[in-house]
Write a protein that binds this ligand. Structure first.
Ligand code: BG6
Length: 533
């Protein structure tokens, strides 16, 4: 997160934010050089960083993979990926910036090596030493593990064993590893992975990615809460009735059935993405903006997170699987008919749950979370539902129900913040209408070209780990969902209901809130759709 540009002028829309500094000289080594993540997101992000003039002048990029290919062929494939995937918004959309790409292309190298072969790492060490000598990158290296999770530990251990991860004590030469998700498949495996990695590296060298933290609005959560005076005094159980977090996707499992059928919606989305949104929403104000201060507060919130009925987690959660239907005009097969999914699969593609945070600020106040695939709309938002005001003054009017204020933080696709409040409907009698005050990001700020990975890659180069998960945070997320996973193992049918693709999820999810006299927010595309009283 670029703290340097968080200056007053930037927020008033009074001119350009202070330009962030260029990253220091370094090499980025990508394991999984030809993989999907590299092509779709990493290279476009690196290209966008160059367009923003944030990439170091002295920069090298080395792709590592097992198959033999020439540097020319690799460069060409990256160029094609960038042209295809580097979509940007706003004024810069569309145009391919050949100058920016040329700079990156000239710095690209390909290194053939088998991830399991120790000799490959000795060769890589010598190669890096040669690159350092020739290109003045000062020995700083980011290793990006864009590989299947089974390789996270072996690659890290092999890099360390080859002496590649050694840093200078004064910080003048650093070596960092970015690790993708999934970080473990449950509490025990996440702890084990941390133990192996931290057996050879220092925590400050490890950058565990949760790409949700690269999303602009997610970062804005901290600014909204702590750089404004009006929200924080109300941000607690005394004024808030409940909080809803929704991450709905229209896509099905696409070609990832093999992975997804073993994971399911809970493991795929909740301990990581949804809990990141939740911890930023619920944490106490950190006493400074340092990575550790922020991450410590997030972990404290996560450590206090429980299922609303801690003794019966499966009663606080519902799940479902999509069956055939239509999503925005497109026909979807049932989940069970997807490629690499078992015919009788009981894997959930939707999950919703009721949690609480057992601390002073939130005690007893529900947090409702839901996420699913093949749903009616793509929409991620955090909704803060305030308590109803007392009706006292309106008791003798036509107003039969007061309107509770609602603050909605729209994470995607319509980034912004909106506030719902009651207003008088024009006319001779007193009638209340619901109205929205909407802030759309792009009405105020120029869109920086973004895949969401730019900030994260740049931050790693800058040595700022604020937006990465610390070991304790990953473990805490898994520890929280563990009781539910356990109870599902014992009863695979409990609170499980199918839902048609293109719907808002299974009906039992509505009942989860109806039991408490509440309802999920309608899945609106834009807040303005809810305008009518
Ligand atoms: C990934 C999950 O981590 O996040 C996917 O594995 C999911 O299943 C994706 O589709 C959602 O990310 P985004 O940025 O599209 O909301």
């Amino acid at each position: 997160m670029n703290k340097a540009s968080m200056e007053a002028g930037a927020f008033d829309g009074e001119g350009e934010a202070a330009r962030p500094p260029q990253a220091p000289p370094c090499t980025v080594v990508i394991f999984g050089a030809g993989g999907d993540l590299t092509k779709r997101l990493l290279l476009p992000a690196i290209y966008n960083l160059e367009r923003m003039r944030l990439l170091p002048t002295r920069f090298r990029l080395i792709g590592v993979d097992h198959n033999a290919r020439s540097v020319e062929d690799y460069r060409l494939s990256l160029r094609e990926s960038v042209q295809h995937f580097a979509k940007t918004r706003g004024a810069e959309a569309g145009a391919f910036d050949a100058t920016a790409w040329a700079k990156i292309e000239n710095s690209v190298d390909y290194f053939q090596g088998d991830f399991n072969d120790p000799a490959a790492y000795s060769r890589l060490r010598d190669h890096l030493a040669a690159v350092e000598k020739d290109s003045g990158v000062e020995g700083n290296v980011v290793f990006y593990l864009a590989v299947a999770s089974r390789f996270f530990a072996p690659i890290t251990l092999a890099l360390a064993a080859a002496g590649i991860m050694r840093e200078e004590r004064d910080g003048s030469r650093w070596r960092r590893v970015i690790i993708e998700k999934p970080f473990g498949t449950d509490y025990a495996s996440a702890r084990d992975l941390n133990e192996q990695i931290l057996g050879v590296l220092n925590e400050r060298q490890v950058y565990r990615i949760d790409h949700y933290l690269g999303k602009e609005t997610v970062q804005n959560l901290m600014v909204l809460r702590f750089a404004n005076g009006i929200f924080e005094p109300l941000w607690n159980r005394n004024h808030i009735d409940h909080i809803q977090i929704t991450v709905a996707e229209t896509v099905g499992v696409e070609k990832r059935g093999g992975y997804y059928d073993r994971a399911g919606a809970l493991k795929d989305m909740v301990p990581n993405h949804l809990f990141q949104l939740l911890s930023l929403t619920a944490m106490e104000p950190p006493n400074n903006f340092s990575a550790d201060a922020v991450r410590t507060e997030k972990v404290k919130a996560l450590d206090a997170l429980r299922f609303a009925d801690a003794k019966r987690p499966s009663e606080c959660a519902v799940r479902g699987q999509y069956i055939g239907g239509t999503v925005q005009g497109q026909n979807y097969n049932s989940y069970r008919e997807e490629i690499d999914v078992e015919k009788g699969s009981m894997t959930e593609t939707y999950v919703a749950m009721k949690l609480t945070i057992d601390n002073w600020r939130w005690h007893g106040m529900p947090f409702y979370l839901r996420t699913g695939k093949a749903m009616t709309k793509r929409l991620s938002e955090i909704s803060i539902q305030f308590k109803h005001p007392p009706q006292v003054m309106f008791r003798d009017t036509e107003v039969d129900r007061m309107i509770a204020n609602r603050l909605v933080i729209h994470v995607q696709p319509d980034e912004g913040v909106s506030l719902r409040f009651g207003a008088k409907v024009p006319g001779p009698t007193v009638k209340l209408g619901r109205v929205w005050m909407n802030f759309h990001y792009f009405d105020y700020f120029d869109a920086a070209p973004s895949t969401g990975y730019e900030t994260l890659i740049y931050d790693c180069m800058m040595g700022d780990a604020t937006l990465f998960q610390r070991a304790d945070s990953v473990e805490s997320g898994w520890r929280t969902v563990e009781p539910l996973l356990e109870s599902w193992k014992l009863d695979p049918y409990r609170n499980f209901q199918n839902y048609p693709a293109g719907s808002a999820g299974p009906q039992i999810a509505d009942e989860l809130l109806a039991k408490d006299g509440r309802a999920w927010n309608r899945m609106t595309w834009k807040p303005t759709e809810e305008r009518k009283p």
